[in-house]
Design a protein around this ligand. Structure first.
Ligand code: NDP
Length: 371
């Protein structure tokens, strides 16, 4: 491993020679941080017409999902989607997004060319982005905003496509209908929340967030209209001070649900969307079929609580989305969305970056500098 770390450090400024094997942080089993190994691996090869090879991954972000996946979260569901038996997914490279340079394109690729600076959120079923080289499809990749460095850019794709999925795809709040709506983000100071504030604000939504008091300056600086300390004993009253909400995005968990029923507008269009759904946990505990069934039942029961008031209860999941990346790139270039980075780590220190995410209390994103 020491040889690999030396090699990794020495390539930081020089471009990597074609004769050297690419490196990736891989796991051979699920577990703690000691399962992460910096490994020489084979060069990924384009197999489909719509794929691009991102030769130089410059930077990638570390998300709570990477930490969970390292410990085995989602393996049952993902192995089914990969079409492999348990254990055959190893060696597995984690990481969902990155910013880098295109080396090669499949024969069906039109809008991206060799040498383009791109950013991407890739599908979790494939090998991930904590690597020198990554394969992405045209559905997953977009041109990096020209006004950001690769490190800044890498902090955005995963949380952007997560928010897009919750707000645009699931809640159907879009630039054309957003103006004047009131949204509440439960958890405004982390990776997802800091991006969500900026996206909603850019579309003309009045945004309230919950966060720790020491994050108020950050969230107001990003454009939040109101911030409420989630430790306040009067949290419900404070959140209702300006009325109920057209949209609630929950990044915290089920503990927020009963309160949210009182906060959502009693209108058919009002949407409660949670990013912390029990779907994967149920499948891990009970298997694909029984877990799928019990989560459907939960979804039905929870939906009834909200629909009794007129609103709608939904789950949302991060989805690769090149259209979202293109729209977000415009907002970034217009100065309406800024990267929010808590801390940056060198590629060889990826385990320390995982530790930082596990420690929690993030203010924005953790990014690893690969190049
Ligand atoms: P982060 O770790 O970046 O941020 C979490 C933030 O929440 C921190 O700033 C933390 O700060 C704050 N926080 C903790 N407790 C509360 C609380 N009770 N109320 C309000 N804020 C609180 O995580 P992400 O933003 O990246 O992700 C958030 C959640 O969303 C994770 O559980 C993640 O797994 C999930 N997620 C789900 C996706 C999906 O596809 N469904 C996709 C992406 C994320 P502090 O503790 O200092 O207050």
């Amino acid at each position: 491993d020491k040889t690999l770390i030396r090699f990794c450090s020495s390539k930081s400024s020089a471009s990597q020679s074609q004769s050297q094997s690419p490196l990736a942080w891989q796991i051979g089993q699920y577990g703690g941080n000691s399962t992460l190994k910096l490994t020489e691996c084979q060069m990924p090869v384009i197999k489909k017409a719509n794929e691009v090879l991102i030769k130089q991954v410059h930077a990638a972000s570390v998300n709570p999902i990477d930490v969970k996946n390292r410990s085995g979260y989602g393996a049952v569901f993902l192995n089914k989607a990969r079409g492999v038996k348990p254990g055959d997914e190893f060696p597995l490279t984690l990481g969902r997004d990155c910013s880098g340079v295109v080396a090669e394109i499949g024969r069906g690729v039109r809008d991206i060319k060799e040498g383009d600076n791109v950013w991407t959120t890739i599908n979790a079923v494939r090998q991930g982005t904590f690597a020198d080289y990554v394969i992405a499809t045209t559905d997953e990749v977009g041109l990096k905003p020209s006004n950001l460095t690769h490190i800044e850019a890498a902090s955005i794709p995963y949380v952007a496509t997560t928010n897009w999925s919750a707000i645009y795809a699931v809640a159907k709040i879009r630039p054309a209908n957003a103006l004047g709506k009131r949204a509440l983000i439960l958890g405004g100071s982390g990776g997802v929340g800091t991006f969500g504030i900026q996206l909603l604000k850019a579309w003309g939504v009045n945004v309230t967030v919950t966060c720790s008091e020491n994050a108020f300056d950050l969230v107001y600086g990003l454009g939040a209209h109101h911030a409420v300390d989630y430790k306040s004993p009067n949290i419900l009253e404070e959140l209702l001070k300006h009325g109920q909400y057209d949209l609630i995005v929950n990044t915290i968990g089920e503990s927020m649900e009963d309160m949210s029923v009182k906060l959502i507008k009693e209108k058919a269009y009002a949407q409660y969307v949670t990013l912390v759904a029990p779907f994967i946990d149920e499948m891990e505990k009970k298997g694909l079929f029984a877990g799928g069934l019990s989560s459907s039942l939960m979804l039905f029961q929870k939906s009834r609580k909200f629909s009794a008031l007129g609103g709608t209860y939904r789950w949302a999941f991060a989805q690769p989305n090149s259209f979202a990346l293109k729209e977000v790139a415009k907002l970034v270039e217009d100065g309406k969305i800024k990267p929010v980075i808590d801390e940056t780590f060198d590629f060889q220190d990826l385990p320390a970056a995982f530790e930082r995410v596990e420690k929690g209390h993030l203010r924005g994103k953790v990014v690893v500098n690969v190049a």
